[in-house]
Structures are given as structure tokens and as C-alpha cells.
Design a protein around this ligand. Structure first.
Ligand code: G6P
Length: 362
């Protein structure tokens, strides 16, 4: 049964392990064998009219939206904003003339996101909900829907929904970019890339023992940790830190690596773990020197590096995929670090204190 833990001690590990299959499923459902995207034409026609995309989400879904912004702007050249649902609902951000809204929600039930959608509908704006749950509230109330097809996510800490959301955003950005005749979108082979991602995820998952050792040695004994990166890697640093906070109660922060020295570096002490996420050629050396800065103040540094940029001494090497979708791989070691830190602290991985799977109050 889909909701059965089987031989897994916790749902979270099962859900991390399911990610390669979710990627393959998205490729087969949302792309054709030719590589062309298989996305609702009416949705694409509506999105083509938009002069700006507004992505709305909470928690991990918000973090998936931050990656989505990069994808939409690169592949479609449509300016894209990402908003935390609870802020958007009451701050009324100034909108463009022809906005299009994308709601990201694993459960489709988050009250803050729904509050925004109610307003969007009151203004007759068009919207898309990307969710894992068919017939959920946000599914029913949006103009268009795309399903994540990730299967039930039971662990409170979201894993496969995050990667599925990014997968769907990449497919949608490719489809819209093609419809807008953007060369970069035409050349982006999303079907092939999702196949590479699936294999790459499996390779990382196969290294779980090495990652557990790292978690035991450096993250279990610490009360604080940092993830740093630039650009798209910075967005993954936020999600990586959130995973660690949620289930291991380590005070973890994700930072733009260049911003660290403007204040936060004061927190570095002897042995503080700092993880650098390095997947982008243009900024790799910059992040490496920011890591160096923390190291010279006593930090114990690690790297999660894309293979093509790897150097001697790197900690976790992730396989090469297109730089636009590296979050699909760079987040997996961070999910595993969080999982094994929580497990080895003897905590209830799937049911962390004070948290709910779906927050239905504002
Ligand atoms: C809760 C969950 C998070 C999730 C967030 C948004 O806080 O604990 O894991 O990211 O809600 O949920 P949604 O279902 O809208 O994606």
C-alpha cells in the first residue's frame, strides 16, 4: 500500500527514496517521447498573456517557488515574483497589469495560501495550483491545476513534494518558454534532464551511509549550523537549513554566501558546521572563498558540489545536470543530513514537536 511504511523506520526516509521514481513519473506524464512538454494548452495560452508571474506558497513550497522564479525568468523571460502566502494575504503587493498566479501547496489546504487565492478569484485573475492532492481546496478553486504525482507525503518534513514541485515548474517553464519562442527553452531537454536527475538522485541516496557518518560526527553534537550558496544555491541553502531545523532542532540558517560577512559570520565558533552548496560555474569560486572565510574563524566546512566543479577535498559530489535544475540533486544530501541527525538524536523524525503537516489556520 502507498501509505505503508514497509521496512522503513520512518516515512521520511521512504519519501526521500521515492524521489527518483517521482522524477521518472513526471517525465512520462508531462513530456512526450519526442521531449516536447505535455501540458494543458489552455493553461499555456492563458500564461502567454501574463506580463508577470506571482508564485505564492508557505514553508518548503515557498522555497520551491524561489527555484521556480529562476526557471521562469530564464526559460520564459517573464518577470516572476515569489511571495510567502501569509505576507501576501495582508500586504496587498502592487500587481502588474496582467498578473498570473501560481499556488504551490503540497496539501492544497494551507489557509494562508487559500486566503490569497480567494482574493485572486475575487479580482477574476487567472491562477494555477500545483499540488499533490487532487480535489484539495486549492485544487478546486484555481483556474488550472497540475498534480505533483508524488504519492502521499506523510512525514511532516516535506521532501519529495519539494523536488516534484521543482520538476513540474521546470516542465511548465519549458512549455511556456517554447510557446514564447525562447531559444533557451527550445534547447532545454527537460525529459532527458529528468532522467539524469532520477539516476543522479539514486546515486546520492546510495551514499547514505557516508552521509549518516557525517551527520553523526558533525551535526548531532552541534546546536547551530549554516548552509551557504549563491543564486539558485542560496535558495537550496534555505530549504536545507529548514529541514535541519524542523526535525533535528539544530538552529540552522541558510544564507547568501556573500552576505555572511555583513553580520552573520560573527556567530561562527570553533567547530560550527558550515555547508557550502556549489553547483553554478559562475559563482563557484566566490562561494569557496566565503567558505574559507568561515574556516579561518573556526568553522568546520563541508561542500555539496556538482561533479563538473569538484575539487580535491570536497565532501559530497552530486552528478552533473543542467545548472538550472541542480536543486533537484543538491537538496538530497541536505534531506539525508537532516534525517540522520534527527534519527541519531533519538527524535521522532516524522512527527517533530510543534509542527503540523498542513496548517489550516492563518
Ligand atoms: C507546513 C508543513 C511544511 C509545508 C508547509 C506548506 O508548515 O509542515 O512541510 O511546507 O506547511 O504546506 P503546503 O501543503 O501548502 O505545501
Amino acid at each position: 500500500q502507498e501509505t505503508d511504511k514497509g521496512t522503513y523506520p520512518y516515512y521520511m526516509l521512504k519519501e526521500i527514496d521515492e524521489q527518483p521514481n517521482v522524477m521518472r513519473k513526471l517525465a512520462s506524464l508531462y513530456t512526450q517521447e519526442s521531449g516536447r512538454p505535455n501540458v494543458n494548452q489552455a493553461l499555456i495560452n492563458t500564461m502567454k498573456q501574463a506580463d508577470r508571474i506571482y508564485i505564492v506558497g508557505a514553508g518548503t513550497s515557498y522555497h520551491a517557488g524561489l527555484v521556480g522564479k529562476k526557471l521562469f525568468e530564464k526559460l520564459t523571460h517573464v518577470p516572476t515574483e515569489v511571495h510567502v502566502a501569509s505576507e501576501f494575504a495582508y500586504e496587498n503587493p502592487l500587481l502588474s497589469d496582467n498578473p498570473f498566479f501560481i499556488f504551490l501547496s503540497q496539501s492544497g489546504e494551507t489557509a494562508d495560501s487559500r486566503e490569497v487565492l480567494v482574493n485572486v478569484n475575487a479580482h477574476d485573475y487567472k491562477s494555477l495550483t500545483i499540488t499533490n492532492v487532487e480535489n484539495s481546496t486549492l485544487f478546486r478553486e484555481a483556474t488550472y491545476t497540475m498534480l505533483l504525482h508524488a504519492g502521499p507525503e506523510i512525514s511532516v518534513a516535506s521532501t519529495k513534494a519539494y523536488t516534484a514541485q521543482i520538476g513540474v515548474e521546470a516542465i511548465l517553464a519549458k512549455a511556456l518558454g517554447e510557446a514564447k519562442q525562447q531559444v533557451i527553452a527550445e534547447e532545454f531537454d527537460i525529459r532527458q534532464q529528468l532522467g539524469l536527475v532520477a539516476t543522479g538522485m539514486q546515486a546520492i541516496i546510495d551514499e547514505k551511509e557516508m552521509i549518516e557518518d557525517l551527520a553523526k560526527k558533525y551535526f548531532v553534537p552541534t546546536s547551530k549550523a549554516f548552509y551557504i550558496g549563491r543564486g539558485i544555491d542560496q535558495t537550496v541553502s534555505l530549504e536545507s537549513a529548514l529541514k535541519l531545523k524542523e526535525i533535528s532542532y539544530v538552529q540552522a540558517e541558510g544564507f547568501a554566501s556573500g552576505e555572511l560577512k555583513h553580520g552573520t559570520i560573527a556567530l561562527i565558533e570553533d567547530g560550527t558546521p558550515v555547508v557550502g552548496i556549489i553547483t553554478q560555474k559562475r559563482t563557484a569560486n566566490l562561494t569557496r572563498s566565503n567558505l574559507q572565510e568561515t574556516m579561518s574563524r573556526g568553522a568546520k566546512t563541508f561542500t555539496i558540489v556538482r561533479n563538473g566543479l569538484a575539487q580535491e577535498g570536497d565532501t559530497i559530489i552530486i552528478p552533473d545536470v543542467d545548472e538550472m535544475i541542480t536543486p533537484l540533486l543538491s537538496v538530497v544530501p541536505a534531506q539525508l543530513i537532516a534525517y540522520y541527525t534527527s534519527l541519531n538524536k533519538g527524535l521522532d523524525v516524522d512527527r517533530p514537536r510543534n509542527l503540523a503537516k498542513s496548517v489550516t489556520v492563518e
